[in-house]
Design a protein around this ligand. Structure first.
Ligand code: ATP
Ligand code: MG
Length: 353
């Protein structure tokens, strides 16, 4: 029997608080199910580590992480360290070197939660966001030739390989999960070079998958449809920037940042994938023990599904839904008064039922 090797990077702020609860769930699962074994190793590569060592991780950090099957990541961000450093020296190198070119974000209204939309239809789709190129490139700069001509330029980079591999992933996901529609988020009417190219490559892949319906919307209209008819989507494919914005909107219509999970996936399996809540380190509530751990626990569930244990993923979601339906032990962000730890304890308790 395989023992999964899991690297845990709790990070900053509420990262360690919610990751601790996910760790409890992991341990409970291994106690409940003799066919599931794991070993986890914690790494303290966070802003504190940076302040002591002048870097976000050791020189051989990536080499160390490479030996794991998966990474569970808390959140990073501390007002003593510029975001530029924490993001570009920790998260980005992991995403890029481990070719985690898929950012995977379920938008699913769990039982027991109410959407702020007055919509009684089920919301259940996934956003597949391009995670390695696009609008978030660091190619660009600023020029100062006197105030009147001061300017800044930032380039968007889209490659045929980058666009086609994310599209292939979206179609494979649809196929594997019995879904029959892919929605392309674009803006090729205004961003006439890169987004036209994006559409062209996406549509080449779509044409090879004609058994799955394809539709294309401009990002502005699509944002409105997320609010007006979220039940009509199954798989939404988006570039890096559009996917980022749509995922926050997606999380808002199904319960907020305390709930929303994500995966940074390396589809080939050559390198570990990384799973993390969408939310940041939330310095405003750090240390108060009121952070909602559901987003991180759901992210752990996504990890287990990725590792081939869909049964354990489903078990975790059932436990989370049981807690939400009961409405007794909830953190303040979703209307309760419970602590992070109390919510984690109840989820563990529900697992055993
Ligand atoms: P980042 O730049 O790292 O994404 P951010 O500034 O977007 O950070 P977050 O840390 O995601 O901010 O937090 C945004 C808001 O949501 C904050 O008010 C925070 O308290 C709240 N929040 C985030 N995560 C949680 C959580 N797990 N439970 C409860 N509230 C949360
Ligand atoms: Mg944010």
């Amino acid at each position: 029997m395989e023992t999964f090797k899991i690297a845990v990077l709790p990070g900053d702020g509420i990262g360690p608080e919610v990751t601790r609860e996910a760790g409890k769930v992991l341990q409970a699962l291994s106690e409940l199910d003799s066919t599931f074994k794991y070993e986890s190793t914690e790494f303290n590569w966070n802003s504190e580590y940076y302040l002591e060592n002048g870097r976000m991780m050791p020189e051989d950090g990536l080499e160390q992480l490479k030996t794991f099957d998966s990474i569970l990541f808390g959140a990073i961000g501390d007002n003593r360290v510029p975001d530029q450093i924490s993001i570009w020296e920790l998260i980005m190198p992991i995403r890029k070197n481990f070719q985690q070119y898929v950012n995977f974000r379920p938008v699913k209204l769990l039982k027991g939660l109410e959407s702020p939309l007055k919509n009684d239809k089920p919301i259940d789709f996934v956003i597949i966001r391009e995670n390695g190129e696009g609008e978030y490139s660091n190619v660009g700069g600023t020029m100062f030739q006197g105030e009147a001509r001061e300017m800044a330029v930032q380039n968007t980079i889209m490659t045929r390989q980058g666009v086609s591999q994310i599209t292939e992933f979206a179609y494979k996901y649809a196929c594997d999960h019995g879904l029959n529609k892919v929605t392309n988020a674009t803006k090729s009417n205004a961003i006439i070079h890169v987004m036209k190219f994006w559409d062209q490559v996406v549509e080449e892949v779509a044409a090879k998958n004609s058994d799955i319906a394809y539709e294309r919307y401009y990002i502005d209209a699509l944002a409105a449809y997320f609010v007006q008819r979220p039940e009509s989507f199954q798989v939404v494919l988006a570039s890096n920037l559009f996917g980022d914005i749509l995922s926050d909107l997606g999380s808002a219509i199904v319960g907020g940042l305390g709930i929303a999970p994500s995966g940074n996936i390396n589809p080939s399996g050559e390198f570990p994938s990384m799973f993390e809540a969408i939310h940041g380190s939330a310095p405003d509530i750090a240390g108060k023990e009121i952070a909602n751990p559901i987003a991180q626990i759901w992210s752990l569930a996504l990890m287990l599904e990725h590792l081939g244990r869909k049964d354990l993923h489903d078990k975790i979601l059932t436990a989370i839904e049981a807690l939400l339906v009961e409405k007794k032990v909830l953190t303040p962000d979703i209307g309760g008064t419970a602590t992070t730890e109390q919510v984690g304890d109840v989820i563990v308790e529900k697992l055993t039922k």
